[in-house]
Design a protein around this ligand. Structure first.
Ligand code: PLP
Length: 401
């Protein structure tokens, strides 16, 4: 273990919005001997994780698993469906949307951004208006980030789908749910998504290193015409061999052990309970932020992220100086501001293997850190969160609030 100085007592609070804390059950599962990925035992694991991920994506269609971080699955979504010079419509929701766009351009895909202020999800009406203008159907895909991890704003994917349908446009719908999946409700089939992109280290409670594409039949058909070069990311090779439980190249076997355990844990809790738990912790966090007299970055309550809360620092105070003090004094990592909001916001991750008392510890560290860093604020944020948690039950299924 890399430690900058002496052993810090107690567990580190990893409250960044991914990687999230990996629960012991998953660590224990990963800690098994690596097996022959072409042997009979492996096929059982391969089939189980692919079937399990279909449940997590809420799809009956296909899921492919890559040994890569989420960025790889972003690239896979584009190179499997696009041809050189194709145009995609993207939305500037924040830093991750910006990075996906840069990746598209590097791959030789042209892109157009619906402008955004980094405080909202994508406006479905803006998608509809742009597609309605595109009578020649030059736009080949609409690419949206479900949970914009840099801002704590979600996009309403079902409404984006309806906007595309109202415009009568044939573009594919591609969604980055890298930090949304398994924390925020996500329905690949019901929402008519063509390609969903996900990663292992956020809601799935896993270490970094696995990524996913869920595919519609329309996306698979598009891949048969798409001309961008691809080899490692090619869906075709994956889809041909996956039904046997195997992969075209060496899979990340030990991470798949962990994934199998993660899927079990999520299904044991029940996806609806997982989503409700995240909503409740997000609401408690926002109550704390308001009680401190600070501002939540996301401006639309319908788009508040259940995964993380980005908090604006008061003018003249550095979010990074504050985060440094929190790390040094309380052994807690908070998310840094990215891109345009660098230094101006800090992000509280409340995702993954997370419960009421983890939240209390996290918010206590923030409140003590605000005082230690001399950031102007009011006391009582933690108390506001405690009151909300005490009033609302965390018991599964009893979550009307
Ligand atoms: C984390 C994240 C990514 C990047 O994924 P990597 O695993 O770092 O490659 C992309 N999009 C969103 C929304 C993310 O949260």
């Amino acid at each position: 273990m890399i430690s900058l100085n002496s052993h810090p007592a107690g567990r580190h609070f990893l409250q960044i919005p991914g990687p999230s804390t990996v629960p012991d059950r998953i660590l224990r599962a990963i800690d098994n001997a690596t097996i022959d990925h072409r042997g009979p035992e492996f096929a059982v694991l391969g089939k189980a994780v692919i079937a399990g991920m279909k449940k997590i994506f809420q799809t009956e269609s296909q899921v492919v698993i890559y040994p890569s971080s989420g960025t790889g699955a972003w690239e896979a979504a584009l190179v499997n469906t696009m041809s050189p010079g194709d145009l995609v419509l993207m939305a500037e929701t924040g830093q991750f949307a910006t990075l996906w766009r840069k990746l598209a351009e590097k791959m030789g895909v042209r892109s157009e951004f619906i402008p955004g202020d980094w405080r909202h999800g994508v406006d479905p009406a803006a998608v509809e208006a742009r597609l309605a203008q595109d009578t020649g159907h030059e736009i080949k895909a609409v690419c949206v980030v479900h949970n914009e991890t840099s801002t704590g704003a979600t996009s309403r994917i079902a409404e984006v789908r309806r906007a595309i349908d109202r415009a009568g446009h044939p573009a594919l719908l591609m969604v980055d749910t890298i930090s949304g999946l398994a924390s925020a409700d996500y329905r690949h089939d019901e929402w008519g998504v063509d390609v969903s992109v996900a990663g292992s280290q956020k809601g799935l409670m896993m270490p970094p290193g696995l990524s996913f594409n869920a595919l519609s039949a329309k996306a698979i058909a598009a891949s048969e015409q798409a001309k961008l070069p691809r080899s490692y990311w090619d869906w075709k090779e994956m889809l041909a061999i996956n039904p046997t439980g195997y992969f075209p190249y060496t899979p990340a076997t030990n991470l798949l052990y962990g994934l199998n355990e993660a899927i079990d844990m999520l299904l044991e809790e029940g996806l609806d309970n997982v989503f409700a738990r995240h909503h409740r912790h997000a609401e408690a966090t926002r109550r704390a932020v308001r009680a401190w007299g600070l501002e939540v970055l996301c401006l639309n309550p319908d788009e508040y992220s259940p995964v993380l809360t980005a908090v604006l620092m008061p003018e003249g105070h550095s979010a990074d100086a504050f985060r440094k003090i929190v790390l040094e004094r309380f052994n807690m990592s908070l998310g840094q501001g990215l891109g345009k909001v660098s230094g101006k916001v800090f992000r509280i991750g409340h995702l993954g293997d997370f419960n009421d008392l983890t939240l209390c510890g996290t918010l206590s560290g923030v409140e003590m850190g605000l005082a230690a860093a001399g950031v102007p604020h009011k006391k009582g944020g933690v108390q506001a969160a405690l009151d909300y948690l005490a009033q609302t039950s965390s018991a599964p299924m009893a979550r009307a609030a």
